[in-house]
Design a protein around this ligand. Structure first.
Ligand code: 0L1
Ligand code: MG
Length: 256
């Protein structure tokens, strides 16, 4: 039986110091997905002990484009803390990351708790606002390669996120066109429909998945629904902007 607390320390230190590590499943081929979620929880406990605060949850691999890009075909989730949030329009320091990528997402801001089996209508009744968002993902594993238990243990590659202006939840997010630009050039074009056919389904799944771990999504939390397209590498000095139909835009700058 692997020492889960020790592995939590390994992934947490890798994230804290932006250092590449080998996949955990090389030394521990029997690591299960359940072990991996336990490692994730233990590694986040270390962050909370350092003063970070939980602010939400991210859903991962909720689109075919993302699954194909990383060769994993199951939805996963991770925990978001305040230290991962990047102010819209600000400059991010690449030294904080190992090999960061960016992807376009939809963010939900909850006004009421949500947990367990809920319908899309019940999920939306708990949503206070929606926004376009950019997620900065950063696998700590060498060459951005991993098996399912590796990525789950590594907090599902959570490392940063930028949220645009909040809009009324009356905006139907099911099928919004989007363009993600790097330095003013369209690099990914798609639709929010790529996220499980409708990002609200991702919120429904989020409520179900956290309940399996005895948690609930809390009022005030942000839920990222998952990447709508493949992710793009972040390069020094790049300007990143997402423009989403009916929701406006969100942007940030990469430091040189
Ligand atoms: O959709 C996601 O946010 C995926 C996270 C895990 C896989 C990756 O790092 O691309
Ligand atoms: Mg994502």
């Amino acid at each position: 039986m692997p020492n889960l607390a020790k592995l939590a320390e390994v992934v947490d230190e890798a994230a804290r110091t932006a250092t590449e590590i080998p996949q955990l499943t090389i030394a521990h081929p029997d690591l299960t997905v359940e072990d991996a979620y336990a490692i994730q929880a233990l590694s986040l406990a270390r962050r909370y002990a350092r003063g970070e605060r939980r602010v939400g949850m991210k859903m991962g691999l909720t689109s075919r484009a993302k699954m194909a890009q990383v060769g994993v075909s199951e939805m996963i989730w991770g925990r978001l803390t305040d230290s991962m949030q990047v102010e819209e329009g600000s400059v991010v320091d690449l030294k904080r990351y190992v090999h960061p990528r960016v992807e376009p997402e939809v963010a939900f801001l909850l006004k009421a708790p949500l947990s367990g089996n809920v319908t899309p209508a019940q999920a939306m009744a708990a949503v206070g606002a929606v926004a376009p968002a950019l997620e900065i993902i950063d696998s700590r594993y060498q060459d951005f390669k991993f098996a399912l238990p590796d990525v789950v243990a590594d907090n599902s590659s959570s490392s940063g996120f930028v949220v645009g202006g909040w809009r009324s939840p009356d905006v139907d997010v099911a099928n919004l066109g989007l363009v993600m630009e790097l330095d003013g050039q369209a690099r990914q074009v798609g639709s929010t429909a790529a996220i499980l056919g409708d990002p609200v389904r991702s919120l429904v799944a989020a409520a179900r998945l956290v309940a399996q771990w005895g948690e609930r999504l809390e009022a005030g939390w942000i839920v990222l629904a998952g990447g709508a397209t493949a992710a793009e590498h972040l390069t020094p000095g790049a300007s990143v902007r997402l423009v989403m139909q009916d929701l406006g835009s969100v942007s940030f700058q990469v430091g040189k």
